[in-house]
Design a protein. Structure first.
Lengths: 221, 134
């Protein structure tokens, strides 16, 4: 699938990484040139340093042949306009907007955005209070897709801490998309990866494997 | 009968529109995120200035959008104007909504979506061509 991601902050970056890892074609539009340059170092030449709400920029990015646009900036207004321009001017079949103001969930749907993801509501509804230390946060669940993207923070005392990743019993059918250390460093995925306390593990998983994944990473029951 | 008009954005354009409408006797409420921009205006009996984020439905409601006859978004940012104007039109059912959109392609799109738009580059172009006798 050819996906355009608008905004390369934390959400846009991790999402793009996961999509690229799953062999999707991705173009990322990031207005801030420094942030774009940093992302390009990690992700390669898929980052364009431009404003994703500008029709000329979307033309250059190939919006008219893209199947999905995901607007992930921290500004709801930017995300709305990016989706509306994609939908109306470029006929992108599916648009997804991240919103921070819960009032915008309904409004954006009425304005033609296919899927809205309210970060505030997600965090409120999905952080499981009873889970000690490392809650499982749903970053993204796509309509009609079998897998979701989740994030788990590795707590102190987890059996996964200090062990090579090969020895951590991750459930079959799940895959690590990224591991981010507490200091923000992105760890290389591979057999040499060792998890540490407070690492954020971003993984792709079907919903019925979430509990197993969480247990493997936190040691909780 | 005087109307109540809410204007988002107290830049040069927003301030001039506010003054003109207030001089005609309308009740004008001007919103801006930055109180410094209100230095362009003087408070009057029918001119009110409120610091608010026009992209938040909650703040628009707090500023009284449910009681206005018209809403005009005139900030320098197309994205902010588009969100605020569509909120006024759809969420609050404001009868008359006017939205500043600088980018010409986006302007056409929002016209098609049913917004009344004004585009400063378009207005300037028309005036320049007119001044040249075209």
């Amino acid at each position: 699938m050819f996906v355009i991601v608008v905004g390369c902050g934390k959400i846009g970056y991790q999402l793009s990484r996961a999509l690229l890892a799953a062999d999707h074609e991705v173009v990322i539009l990031e207005r801030d040139s420094q942030r774009a340059a940093r992302a390009a170092e990690e992700l390669g030449s898929v980052v364009i340093s431009s404003d994703g709400t500008e029709p000329t920029v979307l033309t250059e990015a190939g919006a008219s042949r893209s199947q999905l646009l995901i607007a992930t900036t921290g500004q709801d207004a930017t995300n709305l306009v990016a989706c509306q321009v994609a939908k109306r001017t470029f006929h992108v079949p599916q648009t997804i907007a991240v919103v921070t103001d819960p009032d915008h969930v309904e409004l954006f749907k009425r304005l033609g955005v296919d899927v809205t993801i309210s970060t505030t509501e997600l965090i409120l509804s999905h952080i499981e209070e009873e889970m000690p230390g490392g809650p499982l946060v749903h970053l993204l669940s796509m309509q009609g897709a079998a897998n979701g993207i989740v994030s788990v923070r590795v707590p102190a005392g987890s059996p996964a801490v200090g062990r090579p990743i090969a020895e951590v019993a991750l459930p079959a059918g799940t895959a690590l998309a990224a591991v981010v250390a507490k200091n923000g460093e992105i760890k290389a995925l591979g057999t040499g990866l060792v998890l540490e306390q407070d690492d954020d593990v971003v993984a792709i998983t079907p919903p019925d494997k979430e509990a197993l994944l969480w247990r493997a990473l936190t040691g909780g029951t | 009968m005087p109307r109540t008009v809410m204007i988002l954005g107290c830049g040069r354009v927003g301030a001039m529109v506010a003054k003109a409408l207030a001089a005609e006797g309308d009740n004008v409420i001007v919103l801006d995120r930055d109180a410094d921009n209100f230095l362009r205006l003087a408070e009057g009996p029918n001119l009110q200035m409120l610091v608010a984020d026009g992209t938040s439905s909650e703040e628009l409601r707090r500023c009284g959008i449910e009681r206005v006859d018209a809403f005009i978004s005139l900030t320098a940012q197309d994205t902010v104007n588009a969100l605020a104007a569509q909120t006024a039109q759809l969420s609050f059912g404001v009868a008359a909504v006017v939205c500043r959109i600088n980018d010409p392609t986006r302007r056409i799109m929002y016209e098609e979506l049913g917004l009344r738009t004004v585009s400063p580059p378009q207005v300037m172009t028309d005036l320049v061509l007119n001044a040249l006798g075209k």
